[in-house]
Design a protein around this ligand. Structure first.
Ligand SMILES: O=P(O)(O)OC[C@H]1O[C@H](OP(=O)(O)OP(=O)(O)O)[C@H](O)[C@@H]1O
Ligand SMILES: Nc1ncnc2[nH]cnc12
Length: 179
């Protein structure tokens, strides 16, 4: 394992039975509080963004905002928030989905995505893939191209990668860590 992966892994805390019994929650707040780790993470994701030739970064509320916004700045790209339903004031596209511990609906401002865009989606954790899948569906419905999906951590045992194959349609899924 490379040094950066060891550093990132060492700053993610496992919290048993949160937010419900049987879930091991991957808490990234220790990583965010460590400037060396947060910078290394931002740099690694920005390198992925440059490799995908993305024109914009989409961040998934809420932890995808924390990771995606500095990556967009570092890579010189625009940032688009995909929010939980009811939070965006303009005309939106919406998509319902299920995740490891519940269900929800996400939205994006329709005007933020155009057919000229190549979008890299950024989030902290890929679990069942429900959230990421909904975001990719939103991007395609808006007519934009999916450049890829990049996450800090993939929970391999939940098989999100396989679920996402159709929605990715050949675009890369990059996970800095897989557990
Ligand atoms: O692959 P899935 O099963 O869809 O789960 C992954 C999603 O779950 C978490 O978000 P959550 O909805 O808990 O929101 P938060 O970032 O606001 O805490 C995480 O940040 C991902 O977005
Ligand atoms: N186990 C987990 N830890 C952190 N975020 C998550 N999102 C979905 N499952 C999660």
């Amino acid at each position: 394992m490379t040094d950066i992966r060891e550093l990132l892994l060492s700053r993610i805390r496992d919290v048993a039975d949160y937010p419900e019994p049987g879930v091991v929650f991957k808490d990234i707040t220790p990583l965010l509080a460590d400037p060396a780790a947060f910078t290394a993470l931002t740099d690694a994701l920005a390198e992925i963004a440059e490799g995908t030739r993305a024109t914009k970064v989409v961040g998934l509320e809420a932890r995808g905002f924390i990771l995606g916004a500095p990556v967009a700045v570092r890579a010189g790209l625009g940032f688009i928030p995909v929010r939980k339903a009811g939070k965006l004031p303009g005309a939106t596209l919406a998509q319902a989905y299920d995740l490891e511990y519940g269900s929800a609906e996400i939205e994006v401002h329709a005007e933020d995505l155009s057919p000229d865009d190549r979008i890299l989606v950024i989030d902290d954790v890929l679990a069942t893939g429900g959230t990421a899948e909904a975001s990719l569906q939103l991007i395609r419905r808006a007519g934009a191209e999916v450049a890829g999906l990049a996450v800090l951590m993939e929970l391999g045992f939940l098989n999100g990668r396989a679920r996402l194959e159709p929605a990715l349609n050949g675009a890369p899924l990059e996970a800095l860590l897989t557990v």
